[in-house]
Design a binder for this molecule. Structure first.
Ligand code: 5GP
Ligand code: MG
Ligand code: MG
Length: 175
């Protein structure tokens, strides 16, 4: 059905990497009050897989980041919706996102969370497009470096679709 999508990272490679990431996070946050904070919508598949690989007690939170291209907003304006943010004061927060591209989303989320006075903020992503990264912020944990190609699957969408693919793939050039 999706024969035209080129597989970049297979389902089994993702599962092995998420399992390793879960173990590392368990080691690093074992003695802390941890909140795993997924950024909707792209992180949903990663965050639900990852939380079951984290062997230490933690809470789950979800917030939304969206880029709007509307008449009433600036083009590409990044909106962070914190209405669903749980209490994080004094807690360790691990922000989880699908992909670290330019780094603008992670930079803005971290800045907005600071005012809720967490103990520390760390970040974990499945994918990192290193060649596109701007500014000084880097993900603390990542599973795969990828080239500058537009990818879909495992939560990542194109026009709202393809999030359900169990692997990371590249769409064919538009015909
Ligand atoms: P950043 O703010 O780091 O530039 O971009 C982060 C967000 O842009 C991601 O959470 C994701 O929503 C979107 N994004 C960046 N690169 C890709 C990509 O290759 N494929 C998809 N589907 N989304 C991407
Ligand atoms: Mg996103
Ligand atoms: Mg998207």
């Amino acid at each position: 059905m999706h024969d035209d999508i080129r597989c970049l990272i297979s389902e089994s490679e993702i599962h092995a990497a998420v399992e390793r990431l879960g173990r590392q996070i368990s080691d690093d946050f074992g003695d802390s009050e941890l909140t795993v904070l997924g950024i909707l919508t792209g992180s949903i598949v990663l965050v639900t897989d990852l939380m079951r690989r984290i062997e230490v007690r933690h809470q789950l939170g979800l917030i939304q980041a969206s880029s709007y291209r509307g008449e009433t907003t600036q083009p590409d304006e990044l909106i962070i919706n914190l209405e669903t943010l749980p209490e994080i004061r004094g807690r360790d927060v691990l922000i989880v996102d699908d992909i670290f591209d330019t780094g603008r989303t992670m930079t803005k989320v971290q800045r907005e969370l600071e005012r809720f006075q967490p103990r520390r903020i760390r970040s974990a992503v499945l994918l990192w497009k290193k060649s596109r990264t701007e500014g000084p912020v880097r993900p603390d944990y990542h599973c795969f470096d990828i080239p500058d190609e537009f990818v879909v699957g495992y939560g990542l969408d194109y026009n709202g679709e393809y999030r359900h693919l169990p692997y990371i793939g590249v769409l064919p050039p538009q015909s």
